[in-house]
Design a protein around this ligand. Structure first.
Ligand code: R5P
Length: 221
């Protein structure tokens, strides 16, 4: 299977995790696009969705799904989203599509996070993929200097997020302590969200591979 076929296979498998009658959390990205299409074809009874981006909301609405503001609900049963990298402990780098802040909010509201990805996303150590950091526009230079002092090489993305903020993609990191780095970067004034998901990890991983979809559950310890 090529990369897109792996994404599609993982996305289609995720439909089995959707709980009928419950509000569904939907992330952002090319793998999630496949998921939305598969969901639309499945004919499940889904009262509404909350989504992590304008892009996904639009795709969902075009396929007949109702979108709610997360402020209108108390929690999410299942949240389905992709990842840019995921390590054996299910720590992730996310935000390649720029939706990291809303993704982190929805992931934090969800009982179960189902991660869908192609095989290239599974890594031993996070950091080959540049780490996205969403930043308040007036703090871009100050935050970039702090990230450089931490050993990274931040590059400003030519992009404005759905929240009106900017993204610094931090190259050159070799992330041996994802939770520690997430905490440390979160403390930098002007940082909205770090695209490291080490405090709220995925619970289930559906990984598309040449041999089919490999399904695994995070060890709770
Ligand atoms: O902001 C985007 C998200 O974190 C995506 O889940 C991530 O970038 C993976 O995207 P894709 O499914 O396109 O590889």
């Amino acid at each position: 299977m090529n990369q897109n076929e792996q994404k599609k296979a993982a996305a289609e498998r995720a439909v089995a995790y959707v709980e009928e009658g419950q509000v569904l959390g939907v992330g952002t990205g090319s793998t999630v696009d496949f998921f939305i299409d598969a969901l639309a074809g499945a004919g499940l009874r889904i009262p509404a969705c909350v989504s992590s981006s304008e892009r996904s909301s639009k795709r969902l609405q075009e396929r007949g799904f109702r979108i709610l503001d997360p402020n209108e609900i108390d929690g999410i049963g299942v949240y389905v989203d992709g990842a840019d990298e995921i390590d054996p402990g299910f720590n992730m780098i996310k935000g390649g599509g720029g939706a990291l802040t809303r993704e982190k909010i929805l992931a934090s509201m969800a009982k179960k996070y189902v991660c869908i990805a192609d095989g290239s996303k599974a890594v031993r150590i996070l950091g080959h993929f540049p780490l996205p950091v969403e930043v308040i526009p007036m703090a871009v230079h100050a935050v970039a200097r702090r990230l450089e002092a931490m050993g990274g090489r931040p590059v400003l993305r030519d992009f404005t997020t759905d929240n009106g903020c900017k993204i610094l993609d931090v190259h050159g990191l070799f992330i041996q302590d994802p939770a520690g780095l997430e905490r440390e970067m979160n403390q930098i004034p002007g940082v909205v969200t770090v695209g490291l998901f080490a405090q709220r990890k995925a619970d289930v991983l559906l990984l598309g591979t040449d041999e089919g979809v490999v399904e695994s559950t995070r060890a709770s310890a």
